[in-house]
Design a protein around this ligand. Structure first.
Ligand SMILES: [Zn+2]
Length: 311
């Protein structure tokens, strides 16, 4: 149930650039709006790797989202802000950062000059801050997805303070890992939206992202299954915010071919950015900083701790 009624969402087109259009663009999906005239591309300059890819998918449109009042997105739960045109796709990746898989996802996106939105788990951000920094450095948008990926609709989180702590610690952990604030974009674990927390996020001016299409990639072992799932759902709906997981190996493996197929299918990528960064709450910054500190662990380099004495 959606409570906040006065949420002010503002979706503005800031850039309309198709990258790497070195060959004719495919026929747009039926009903697709024409590509806007190119605007200065400084905010979305193509990465070096995709310049060499004549079939790069690129980003067609960048939207800025004003998260005042905590607007909800994704027609699985929220039907109020349908900002995508026919054929447009927003890619989102949850549950990272994770070694191996997240860097593979980043490489596939870079090879296609595509930007996406990531919803990392706070704890994972503290395990792999360097990987999360790579996500930020590549120009992707980074929201949050709680501290430890608990289902906030469960009984033990009915106490508002407990649920709030999960959300806020997740935000603080990302701030700590990045040394920069997250975007005020949030996705509930398992897409479970307790009404009290929806209200809370509205008060915090954090947008809630459900999904238009859940790939269910976490149930899949083979990359072909992930590709088939996403393409079939997109064919059915014609556009949408797609939920995948950079945490999942099959997804990381699927992504290069999935991006090829999106390009061949004439889909256009939309990149979401936040109008304002998200301020953390000091009390939770402190809790996270304390929790990740392991005072008994030495920080001596491995080479001084372990050395080969026989081989
Ligand atoms: Zn998740």
């Amino acid at each position: 149930m959606r409570v906040a009624s006065a949420c002010a969402v503002f979706v503005s087109i800031t850039v309309g650039v198709a990258w790497a259009q070195t060959r004719p663009a495919p026929t747009p999906a039926p009903g697709a709006a024409p590509t806007l005239a190119a605007a200065p591309p400084q905010a979305t300059a193509p990465a070096a790797t995709c310049a060499a890819n004549p079939n790069a998918l690129g980003v067609t449109r960048v939207v800025e989202i004003d998260t005042t009042g905590g607007p909800g997105f994704g027609w699985e739960h929220f039907k109020m802000h349908d900002f995508l045109r026919a054929g447009e796709v927003v890619l989102t990746f949850d549950d990272g950062p994770w070694q191996g898989n997240t860097p593979a996802v980043l490489k596939a996106l870079a090879d296609h000059c595509v930007r996406a939105t990531f919803f990392p788990i706070g704890k994972h951000a503290t395990y792999y801050p360097e990987i999360l920094k790579q996500v930020a450095a590549a120009g992707h948008t980074i929201g949050s997805h709680t501290w430890s990926h608990v289902d906030l609709s469960k009984k033990q989180y009915q106490e508002v303070e407990k649920a709030k702590e999960e959300i806020e610690k997740g935000i603080s952990a990302i701030r700590l890992a990045l040394s920069a604030p997250a975007a005020p974009f949030f996705r509930f674990p398992s897409l479970k939206h307790p009404p009290e927390m929806v209200t809370y996020l509205g008060q915090r001016n954090i947008a809630i992202f459900s999904t238009d299409m859940d790939s269910f990639d976490f149930t899949m072992r083979k990359p072909e299954q992930v590709i088939k799932s996403v393409m079939a759902k997109l064919q059915k709906h014609g556009k949408g915010i797609v939920l995948m997981h950079d945490f999942q190996h099959a997804t990381a493996e699927a992504l290069p071919e999935l991006l090829n197929q999106l390009k061949a299918g004439g889909y256009k990528i939309v990149h979401m950015r936040a109008k304002d960064p998200l301020k953390t709450i000091a009390q939770y910054d402190e809790i996270v900083a304390k929790e990740i500190k392991l005072p008994t662990i030495s920080d001596r380099p491995t080479s001084s701790v372990v050395r080969t004495i026989s081989e």
